[in-house]
Ligand binder design. Structure first.
Ligand SMILES: Nc1ncnc2c1ncn2[C@@H]1O[C@H](COP(=O)(O)OP(=O)(O)O)[C@@H](O)[C@H]1O
Ligand SMILES: [Mg+2]
Length: 303
C-alpha cells in the first residue's frame, strides 16, 4: 500500500498547496513514485505542477462520482515519477453531488484504496475548510501534515483542527495519525517568527518538524511557472527547505512503518532524497519527453 499523506489546515494561505506540490516533487525526484491528488476546487496544486486546470477531460470530481475510471483521471506530469489527479472549479459542486449518497464521507477513501503499489506515496492537497470535501481527505489519509504559518495567530484554529482529527479517528478513519506540524513562511528577521515557532514547539513538542520553511520570493514565484521549487531554482533556500522536509518525512515514515513491522522494505528510505540524480537530470529527461509529445508536460508558459 502506498503511504497516504494529506496536507490539511482549514485556514487559507498557510502553505498547504506549496507544501503538497513541493514535497510531492521532492519525493518523486528522490526515486519514490508519487501521486499528487488535488482536492481543492481552486486547482492550485494542479497548476503548480504545470497542468492547466481548465479544459481537463476528467478531474477528481469525476473520480469521486465514479463518472470516470480511476486510471482515466491520473495524468503524468513533466516530472519523472510524479503523477497527478487534477482538480478544477467543478469540484466546488461535489458537496451537492454527494449529498444523497450514504457513503459521502468515504468517497475519497474508496478512491485511494483502489490505487495500487505503483505509487509509494500519495500526497493530497486539501481545501481551506472543514467541509465535506476536507473530511473526505481526512477519512482517506493515513497521515496528516499540518502547515502552520509563522504569524501571531498561528495557534488559532489548531484546537478545532485537532478536535476534528479526533472525530475522524473515532468514526471513519481510526488509523489517522499526525505526521508532523510544519512551520511555514518563517521570516528570520523578525522576533515574532522565532517566538511563534517556540510557542508551537512548546505546545506540540513531538510533532513540529525540525525543518522550517522560510518565507521566500522564489517559492511564491514558482507556481506561476508551473514548477515545483526544485525545478524552478534548485539552489534557493526554499528548495533546500523542502528537500530537508522530504528527508524528515522519509525518516518519520520509516520509523513508524518499521515500528508496525509493515511488510514493505524500508531500505529504500535510506537513500538520500535526491539520490545521485539531481532534479536537473530529471529536467533533461523531461525535455526529451516533452519533445516526444508528452500530453501533460506542456510548458504552462509565463504568467
Ligand atoms: N514559504 C513561502 N514563502 C513565500 N510565499 C509563500 C510560501 N509558502 C507559500 N507562499 C505563498 O503564499 C500563498 C499561499 O500559499 P498556499 O500554499 O497557496 O497556501 P494554502 O494552500 O494553505 O492556501 C501563495 O501565493 C504561495 O505562493
Ligand atoms: Mg491551497
Amino acid at each position: 500500500m502506498p503511504v497516504s499523506i494529506s496536507v490539511v489546515n482549514q485556514k487559507g494561505g498557510v502553505g498547504k498547496t506549496t507544501t503538497a506540490v513541493n514535497l510531492a516533487a521532492c519525493l518523486a525526484a528522490a526515486g519514490h513514485p508519487t501521486l499528487l491528488v488535488d482536492a481543492d476546487p481552486q486547482g492550485n496544486a494542479t497548476s503548480g505542477v504545470g497542468v492547466i486546470p481548465q479544459d481537463l477531460e476528467f478531474t477528481i470530481y469525476d473520480a469521486l462520482l465514479e463518472q470516470a475510471a480511476l486510471e482515466e483521471t491520473i495524468l503524468p506530469t513533466f516530472i519523472t515519477g510524479l503523477s497527478l489527479i487534477p482538480a478544477n472549479i467543478d469540484l466546488s459542486g461535489i458537496e451537492i453531488a454527494l449529498m444523497d449518497r450514504p457513503d459521502r464521507l468515504e468517497r475519497m477513501k474508496k478512491l485511494l484504496a483502489a490505487i495500487n503499489d505503483r505509487f509509494e506515496f500519495i500526497l493530497i492537497d486539501s481545501p481551506p475548510s472543514l467541509s465535506l470535501l476536507a473530511l473526505n481527505v481526512l477519512a482517506a489519509a493515513e497521515r496528516v501534515i499540518v502547515p502552520v504559518q509563522c504569524e501571531y495567530y498561528a495557534l488559532e484554529g489548531l484546537t478545532t483542527l485537532l478536535q476534528t482529527f479526533e472525530r475522524v479517528r473515532e468514526t471513519v478513519n481510526p488509523n489517522l495519525d499526525i505526521l508532523g506540524i510544519l512551520m511555514t513562511m518563517y521570516d528570520k528577521r523578525t522576533n515574532l517568527a522565532q517566538q511563534v515557532v517556540a510557542e508551537v514547539e512548546r505546545v506540540f513538542p513531538k510533532q513540529v518538524f525540525t525543518t522550517v520553511i522560510p518565507r521566500s520570493v522564489k517559492l511564491s514565484e514558482a507556481p506561476s511557472f508551473g514548477k515545483p521549487i526544485i525545478y524552478y531554482d534548485f539552489n534557493s533556500k526554499g528548495s533546500e527547505a523542502y528537500i530537508g522536509l522530504c528527508q524528515e518525512v522519509l525518516e518519520r515514515v520509516k520509523e513508524t512503518r518499521a515500528g508496525q513491522g509493515a511488510g514493505r522494505p524500508v531500505e529504500r528510505f535510506d537513500e538520500s532524497p535526491l539520490g545521485e540524480r539531481s532534479p536537473r537530470d530529471g529536467a533533461a529527461g523531461d525535455a526529451e519527453r516533452l519533445a516526444a509529445g508528452d500530453p501533460a508536460g506542456g510548458d504552462p508558459g509565463q504568467p
